[in-house]
Every structure is written in structure tokens, then in C-alpha cells.
Write a protein that binds this ligand. Sequence first.
Ligand SMILES: [Zn+2]
Length: 235
Amino acid sequence: MSVHSHPGDATLLRYAAGTLPAGPALLVEIHLQGCPHCRAAVRRFEAVGGALLDAAEPAALAADAFARTLARLGPAPVSGGLTGGGARRDHLEAAFSGPAAAPRLPEGLVLPEGVRLPRPLTSRRIGAMMPVAPGVRVGRVHVPEDGQSNVFLFQIGPGRAIPRHTHDGTEYTHVICGGFSDPSGHYGAGDLVEADGDVEHSPRVDDDGTCICLAAFEGRLRFRGLLGVVLRPFL
Ligand SMILES: [Zn+2]
């Protein structure tokens, strides 16, 4: 997989700082799995943030503060439940290095041979893939940690297009397999594309295979164009 399109520095910085909303952050996490370039950038941003924190906290802690804090937290949980940066980093390392999880496919999703869902998706509940336009199916990805999030899994047949649309806020798209083109370029597996609200586009999938991609929308979800009509049942 060769990645050509990456999240912007502003997005990676917000991811590193934990201020990117959970929906787009899920797509960035998936992109990071296949992109050492962006993983290195996130580590740099985290190091800078850590250095700033060090500089900002001159107060000395009692020698036993760490042990007392641990004692108050109680025994370590067996799994899940933590949302802190350290927990996220552990989760990330597991995502990069661990064995592939058992597939858990949403109803109606047909993966091309040899394609698996990215690991961070396999633990998510994804609604049934519903037909919304000729050759286009959509399922909602549940992101319970942010009730405002709008993340969708798209399965688009060869040569098919997403209905023309624009929207408020930024649209993030991560390509899982296949490829598509819009006026800004051609995108393939591993690419993460950001499009702001000024972009009106109708991404068209390559003729030689199905494209499966994830889309997350930041900001108010108010589509102009046919996509709003087809996505309405999901909103
Ligand atoms: Zn990247």
C-alpha cells in the first residue's frame, strides 16, 4: 500500500493533543496504521506537547504522589474503559503490532478478496449496509464516545459515483480498498482526504473494482445536493 494523501498538520496536531473529535480521530487512527510518515509526525507533536507541559509545571510533587495516585485508582482494568492519552497510545501500539482481529462484518458488506476491515473498526458496531443510490451502500459506524459524530462506511461499485454534494465543515475520507477520483485528484487504499465546505464534488470510483471507504464529517451535517437526501434516513 503506498499512501499519497495524508491528514494535514493541523489535523495531526489536534489528534496528538486529543482535541480532534472522535469521528475524524477514528479515521486518523486507521490512517496511522498504514502511514509511518504520519505516525512520526504525531510522535513529534506529542513530544512537543510533553515538553510544553514540563515547562509549564514547575511545582514539585511529593515523592509518593505517584504511588498514592495509583492506589486511589484501584486495580488496573482488564480491558477498555480508559480514554486518556496513555491508554490511547497503548491501544495504538496494539493496533500497529497485534495480530489481526477476527472479522466482524456488518450485514450487507462484501469485502473484495484479500481485503479486511482496519483493526480499529473491528471492535465497532456498524449498522447494516443499506442501498442508497445505484451501486452505493452505506452503513453507520457507531462512535458512542461522541454522540455528535457522523461516521459512515461506504461500499461503492466499479464506475459508480457518490451523489454530488457539499457540506458545512470538513469531510474526512479514508480509502480502505479500491480508488476514486474527484477534481482534486485520484485516491487509493490508505489515503486520507480532507475536503472543506467549499468543495462541491461527486467522487467517482475507478472502473476496475469496488471502493470501500469511511467518511467522517466534522461540524454541522447539512448537505446540499442529493447525498443529503440519501443519507437522511441515517441522521
Ligand atoms: Zn500519512
